[in-house]
Design a protein around this ligand. Structure first.
Ligand SMILES: NC(=O)C1=CN([C@@H]2O[C@H](COP(=O)(O)OP(=O)(O)OC[C@H]3O[C@@H](n4cnc5c(N)ncnc54)[C@H](O)[C@@H]3O)[C@@H](O)[C@H]2O)C=CC1
Ligand SMILES: CC(C)CC(=O)C(=O)O
Length: 366
């Protein structure tokens, strides 16, 4: 992999490799863009097939956070961490403390939170070493686990997507095929079940499937069969790149709305969805509830304020669908334009010189 070429092409600012022999920590912190503010994005722990796969995942997820935070109206840039390892076997407190010290070393350029494979308890351990962590236990005045907030946003975003695809935002009687019923999707399914949607679920973890069947009367299918099931809405809520050359021809849904990051394997798959008339809710817009919730901690956490902001996801998606139709462009491009325009305009309005801004000159005079 030609790493500097990749960084230059996609305009990344910084990549930090963190290693701690004592705990087995192998982490990659990727910071994509801090025009809007410090980079905020979660920490994923996963067993990658290769170090290159881990680097690419960190980079793709970090760029996604730049767009997510910009589109959500947050004054935050984009970053993400991946820790290489099996979250079920390889974790230890020393690992997260060592990682916390690396974050502290970045002096506020990067703030972390949970993602796949990490928990509130892990964030509490990181908090022993750094303030630059969110999603820690509510006892510390924090917002806790972001998954319910993400799920609430995805549920509302799914309603906006249904309105576009079916003419009504009611999900009563709609068949939703859910891939991955983990932290976010469990809470999402609860909202859907309460509204009267019918659920078809799959997961590689049998206990998660069983829980969704018992709690929400979900029907289960094997992981490879989820794409081809007869349904109204496909909700990808596991890992990324599940909308790809293999799956596109199988999908029968008229709408796609789920929590997973980086759902499109490549941008051209978003174009294909547009051609097929499948309404796609851009991933980083519909799944921004969690980051909106944890970002509120930076103002002193207030759940009502955070959830009011999460409710705006519905309106953002309506706007994106409108732009997509008006300009005859796929929805993922409409979302990118919205995010890029915000970054551009904030960057222009912050371009004036400030003597007291953190800079080499102010430090010399300080
Ligand atoms: N937790 C949060 O607040 C946020 C999560 N996301 C994204 O949402 C997705 C889900 O996140 P979480 O619920 O937190 O993670 P999770 O790890 O709790 O849930 C993911 C589930 O997907 C299952 N899974 C993995 N590969 C699968 C496959 N091939 N087929 C079927 N199931 C599979 C796992 O067994 C697990 O149950 C991820 O892509 C994450 O990055 C995005 C924004 C915020
Ligand atoms: C889990 C969130 C709090 C942040 C994040 O990393 C995301 O939205 O993907």
């Amino acid at each position: 992999m030609e790493i500097f070429k990749y960084l230059e092409d996609q305009d990344y600012e910084q990549v930090v490799f963190c290693q701690d022999k004592n705990s087995g920590l192998k982490a990659i912190i990727a910071i994509h863009d801090t025009t809007l503010g410090p980079a905020l994005g979660g920490t994923r722990m996963w067993t990658y097939d290769s170090e290159e796969d881990a680097i690419i995942d960190a980079l793709r997820l970090a760029k996604g956070m730049t767009y997510k935070n910009a589109a959500a109206g947050l004054n935050l840039g984009g970053g993400k961490t991946v820790i290489i390892g099996d979250p079920k076997k390889d974790k230890n407190p020393e690992m997260f403390r060592a990682f916390g010290r690396y974050i502290q070393g970045l002096n506020g350029r990067y703030i972390t939170a949970e993602d796949v494979g990490t928990t509130v308890q892990d964030m509490d351990t990181i908090y022993m070493e750094t303030d630059y962590v969110t999603g820690i236990s509510p006892e510390f005045g924090s917002s806790g686990n972001p998954s319910p907030a993400t799920a609430y946003g995805v549920y509302l975003g799914m309603k906006a997507t249904a309105k576009e695809a079916f003419g009504s935002d009611s999900l009563e009687g709609k068949v939703v095929a859910v891939q991955g019923v983990g932290n976010v999707a469990y809470h999402m399914c609860k909202h859907l079940h309460e509204e009267g949607a019918k659920l078809i679920v799959t997961d590689i973890n049998k206990d998660s499937v069983k829980r969704a069947m018992e709690d929400f009367g979900a029907h289960a299918v094997d992981p490879d069969d989820i794409y081809g099931v007869e349904c109204d809405i496909y909700a990808p809520c596991a890992l990324g790149a599940t909308i790809n050359d293999d799956t596109l021809s199988q999908i029968k849904a008229k709408a796609i709305a789920g929590s997973a990051n980086n759902q499109l394997a490549e941008p051209r798959h978003g174009e294909k969805l547009n051609e097929l008339g499948i309404v796609y809710a851009p991933d980083y817009v519909i799944n921004s509830g969690g980051v909106i919730n944890v970002a509120d901690e930076l103002n002193g956490y207030n759940q009502d304020r955070a959830f009011k902001q999460i409710e705006k996801i519905y309106d953002s998606l309506e706007r994106i669908f409108e732009i997509s139709k008006r300009d005859n462009i796929p929805t993922h491009i409409a979302a990118d334009r919205m995010a890029e325009e915000r970054i551009e305009s904030v960057s222009r309005s912050r371009s004036t010189f400030l003597k007291n801004e953190h800079s080499i000159i102010s430090r010399r005079n300080g």
